[in-house]
Design a binder for this molecule. Sequence first.
Ligand code: ADP
Ligand code: MG
Ligand code: MG
Length: 252
Amino acid sequence: MATLEIKDLHVEIEGKEILKGVNLTINTNEIHAIMGPNGTGKSTLASAIMGHPKYEVTQGEVLLDGENVLEMEVDERAKAGLFLAMQYPSEISGVTNADFLRSAINARREEGDEISLMKFIRELDKTMDFLEMPEEMGQRYLNEGFSGGEKKRNEILQLMMIKPTFAILDEIDSGLDIDALKVVSKGINEMRGEGFGCLMITHYQRLLNYITPDHVHVMMQGRVVKSGGSELAQRLEAEGYEWIKKELGIED
Ligand code: ADP
Ligand code: MG
Ligand code: MG
């Protein structure tokens, strides 16, 4: 089992404190969802873990099996087993989707242990089939002219091919039509298991109709203010966030 621990994380953007002490522990074989109103710091959490230079960690730790993630370069974070959908470039001219995937897989492997071209192609074909992606998507330049839905589907292709230990998926469901949403969910559900843990950030409960999270957390004003099981997401869908604000005495 592997563990990703976020401990008392404080993050500032341009001198303004956005995260005010986030605590969260994710194990492999668990899917966690973070929900919360707009502007409460959910994306800031993902960006800080990814190492985005604009986000300054002023206090706290992020540990992957006890190793300090915040001291790693972005590529070292990927090598250590973290997958952050946003860390992958939005577009690279002249690099095909397949080439990019193969180098991302090999970046996680030791020299001399690179995936063979045959094995790579076999796995790529199988995974693209599973995700109902047309074959030509592999030969298209990465993200160039991809529609919103194709980009998200492609992120799940990256996830399934790179096989990280932990994935942090920010708004993977936003802007998806129902068919794309089903395919994206199918991919994440397929990843579920012993060697994989996931933190899904979502504004809507809709995604959680297809992926049942083991743990649901509510973030408000830069903190995780409430945690529960999947029933918490259902209550949020039915009742919104007001009851939590009342319960905790939070004012806007
Ligand atoms: P959420 O994802 O929960 O909607 P965010 O993490 O995107 O929230 O934003 C939290 C707060 O940080 C908001 O007040 C937002 O305006 C501010 N913020 C986020 N990113 C930046 C940025 N790059 N520069 C300045 N302020 C930002
Ligand atoms: Mg648990
Ligand atoms: Mg966000």
